[in-house]
Design a protein. Structure first.
Length: 129
């Protein structure tokens, strides 16, 4: 069963700026069949930040051998790389932007086994510079 929590784009992304000019909101997942945590992350970010672009990559397989993951109950959805373009980040410094995302994903971090997030957070204006 394919999970449909996002709009799947199979073509490689050449330019986020070019994608934004052609679509009102672009949601991308690197997983062909994202798990429930990845879908929750996408849904929460869409609802809270009203982004024009979100890319979520599940990097858990790259970290499965790390000591901090051994014995964990969640090893398949524990590490994510997230790129977000949202005007909700306007007038916020980088730590404030990251705190905002961490607060949105608090439940996933505290009780669902998400171990790490790598974040890139920008506004539309920053993208267009």
């Amino acid at each position: 069963m394919i999970n449909t929590c996002f709009k799947r784009v199979s073509a490689p992304i050449v330019s986020a700026k070019r994608l934004l000019s052609s679509m009102s909101s672009q949601i991308i997942s690197s997983s062909p069949n994202p798990g429930p945590i990845e879908c929750e992350i996408i849904t929460k970010l869409k609802e809270s930040l009203k982004p024009t672009y979100v890319k979520v990559s599940n990097d858990s397989a790259k970290h499965a051998h790390h000591a901090g993951i051994r014995g964990a109950s969640n090893t398949t959805e524990s590490h994510f790389r997230i790129e977000i373009i949202s005007d909700e980040f306007a007038n916020k410094n980088l730590p404030s932007r990251h705190r905002l995302v961490y607060n949105i994903l608090d439940e996933e971090l505290k009780s669902k086994g998400v171990h790490a997030l790598q974040l890139k957070t920008k506004t539309e204006q920053e993208l267009n510079k």
